[in-house]
Write a protein that binds this ligand. Structure first.
Ligand code: NAD
Length: 281
């Protein structure tokens, strides 16, 4: 039976470490502050924003909530970001994506000061990740590295296959694995012979966005399988990109959905908020 990689437990460890750091910063005179902006009231976004605020409360990070109406113009949003960029009492700025269609998400990302971009989406931070400079790393892939390391999974020298090449998950994931000295393959919707490519993996990261697409035909015996996907099935239950029941008997370790990668994303966001204080110094 495969080892279950427990994202709930590991994310709690990280949040508790963050709690200690936040308390020490407070004693030293800095109340770490995150500004969270939501435009419109997409239900999924509201859940994410609520969970982020809850995590801030748990850790002792002050959160400033900006809940803007759907009809907010791009200029109004960019002006708010610029104002927050200039405030020395605000350390991190997060705009919950997706933004409504009339707002250009790329412009939003570019407007957030790189040293306050706790999501790690600004091209300066992505560039820093590429060249190994200091900067914020996108929270989900950063969380996956922590999951692997804290579960004792060796990355150095391993064959890693990342399925998915999005800017938020697949690409930064590949760069982080490369930084850990893995041999990395990025597979995507145009990859030929995907099953054969996936079967090379000692560590397979599924970030495809397709419910239960990855079954045993994609898995090498004994591989470690990380499932990034989050979907609701017909019975309104959560499932991932991996067909857990089909894959679990042949892999050595696997993340469940829920309780795997999901909780790590918020834990790493909190970690990034604390990092922002030193990056701004
Ligand atoms: P995305 O849709 O932006 O990217 C999906 C990628 O998968 C694309 O690069 C595409 O080329 C590739 N792909 C699509 N179909 C494919 C196929 N048939 N074969 C091979 N490759 C294929 O998605 P994303 O933002 O990277 O997210 C991926 C999944 O992770 C989604 O289910 C999303 O909900 C989930 N997600 C979870 C968290 C978390 O905190 N757990 C965070 C972000 C995203």
């Amino acid at each position: 039976m495969a080892v279950l990689i427990d994202g709930k437990k590991i994310s709690t460890q990280i949040k508790d470490e963050c709690k200690e750091k936040a308390a020490a910063l407070k004693v030293a005179g800095t109340e770490v502050t995150l500004a969270v902006i939501q435009v419109g009231n997409d239900p999924a976004s509201s859940v994410y924003v609520r969970n982020k605020k809850k995590a801030c409360e748990y850790i002792g990070i002050r959160s400033l909530a900006y809940e803007l109406p759907e009809e907010t113009t791009e200029t109004e949003l960019l002006d708010l970001i610029k104002e927050l960029n200039g405030r020395s009492d605000v350390h991190g700025i997060l705009v919950q994506l997706p933004v409504p269609k009339h707002i250009d998400a790329d412009k939003v990302i570019l407007t957030i000061a790189p040293e306050k971009d706790v999501d790690g989406f600004h091209p300066m931070n992505v560039g820093a990740l590429c060249t190994g400079e200091k900067g914020f790393v996108s929270c989900t892939p950063a969380g996956i590295i922590q999951l692997l390391k804290r579960s004792g999974v060796e990355i150095d020298g391993k064959e890693c296959v990342v399925i998915g090449r999005s800017n938020i998950v697949g690409k930064p994931m590949s760069l982080l694995l490369l930084r850990e000295n893995a041999t990395v393959t990025i597979a995507h919707s145009h990859t030929a012979h995907l099953k054969e490519v996936a079967k090379r993996a000692d560590i397979l990261i599924a970030a495809v966005g397709k419910p239960k697409m990855i079954n045993h035909e994609y898995i090498k015996q004994g591989a470690v399988v990380i499932d990034v996907g989050i979907h609701r099935n017909a019975e309104n239950k959560l499932c991932g990109d991996v067909d857990f029941d089909d894959v679990e008997p042949i892999c050595s370790a696997i993340t469940p959905v829920p309780g795997g990668v999901g909780p790590m994303t918020i834990a790493m966001l909190m970690h990034n908020c604390l990092e922002s204080v030193s990056l701004q110094k």
